[in-house]
Design a protein around this ligand. Structure first.
Ligand code: FA5
Length: 335
């Protein structure tokens, strides 16, 4: 048996040295290393070997196979022959390229449904003539409250109802801050929308979250009226939700608009159709114009601030705001 191993080694060395091209090399591979090759056959004879010699024979046969495999690979790289080893490696050890094989599909990401909604809203308001403005998420009391005619004793300024960072700065609780920032650096006429994140320590439920997005609108010109505000919001609702959507304006109060209203929409939350508040709106209060140095005798305007999550919930039939922020791709992939 041991002679058989030595004999096979000698034969393999001779054949390998004689293999001078890719074809001969492949023939060598099949003859010695293939699934029905000489080395497999040799190992298959193991059971005929007497039990006491079997471990030694097995070890020698395996060692031979390894030596032949190594010698084969050495020879193949010497020749640089264009033959594969069937394991995805080309001759010479480089990667084998099969141009007919289907490619690996990379999973594509997509914008979050809130990002998509914001893009759609900017597009709709763009058609109504509104530019886009931005402002910081970390704000000072002047822009979040003072300039918006919200006095120090107002409950909206309560530290428990806001995320204060220190004495003077907080995470903005509304995008109305951007109204002030835009008016500080521009003269009327103004027609802008601003979108972004706002923060409030509200308890989470089906329609409330502690971080959410708003879209703010500001229109300042001469002789702007409540009719312009109503027309703009109704046209927006019709264009975005479709003519069948039920919306209403309801009288309300905000320190920075007078008169003020809430925009409500009928929608399904947790299986029930009900009026849900989309946002506030109104005619810009003269005190706000005063805070930014506009003459309230000359300029008039309207403003609105709507909750983007609520808009997306109505548009896409999402019954719970919390689903938007759980990062469950099975949910998010639907949009
Ligand atoms: C405001 O934030 C005013 N700045 C809106 C405004 C702008 C009025 C311009 C007049 C002129 P309010 O606090 O009602 O208003 O919030 C507006 C909308 O944000 C709500 O109607 C709702 O759609 C959304 N919203 C408020 N709190 C939450 C919350 N915790 N989670 C999700 N959405 C919320």
């Amino acid at each position: 048996m041991m002679e058989r191993i030595e004999q096979l080694q000698a034969e393999a060395e001779r054949d390998l040295a004689a293999a001078g091209d890719a074809e001969q090399l492949e023939r060598f591979r099949i003859k010695y290393l293939g699934s029905k090759g000489a080395l497999k056959t040799l190992l298959a004879t193991l059971k005929e070997v007497p039990a006491e010699d079997r471990p030694q024979f097995g070890a020698q046969a395996n060692a031979l196979r390894e030596r032949v495999q190594e010698a084969f690979e050495r020879r193949r790289s010497e020749l640089g022959a264009a033959v594969g080893d069937g394991g995805g490696r080309a001759a010479g050890g480089g990667p084998m390229l099969d141009v007919t094989e289907p490619g690996l599909r990379q999973p594509f990401g997509r914008p979050h449904v809130i990002t998509q909604t914001i893009d759609e809203l900017i597009e709709v308001f763009g058609r109504l003539g509104f530019d886009v403005a931005t402002g910081p998420e970390i704000e000072d009391e002047f822009h979040n409250f003072v300039a918006l005619n919200i006095p120090p004793e107002h409950p909206a300024r309560d530290p428990l109802d806001n995320f204060y960072l220190d004495e003077k700065r907080l995470l903005r609780s509304q995008t109305s801050t951007v109204q002030i920032r835009v008016m500080e650096k521009t003269q009327p006429p103004i027609r802008v929308v601003a979108t972004g994140r706002v923060y409030r320590p509200d308890e989470h439920d089906a329609t409330h979250y502690s971080m959410f997005h708003q879209i703010e609108g500001l229109y300042v010109d001469r002789r702007v009226s409540m009719a312009d505000l109503k027309t703009t919001l109704m046209q927006f609702a019709r264009a975005y939700f479709g003519p069948e959507a039920e919306v209403r304006l309801r009288p309300s109060f905000f320190p920075f608009t007078e008169p003020s209203a809430e925009l409500d929409i009928k929608m399904q939350v947790r299986g029930r159709w009900d009026w849900v508040e989309l946002g506030g709106c109104g005619m810009v209060d003269p005190n706000v114009f005063g805070a930014v140095g506009y003459d309230p005798e000359q300029w008039t305007g309207f403003a609105f601030g709507l909750g983007v999550e609520r808009i997306a919930m109505r548009k896409y039939g999402i019954a719970d705001i919390r689903w938007l922020f759980e990062n469950d791709v099975r949910f998010l992939r639907q949009f």
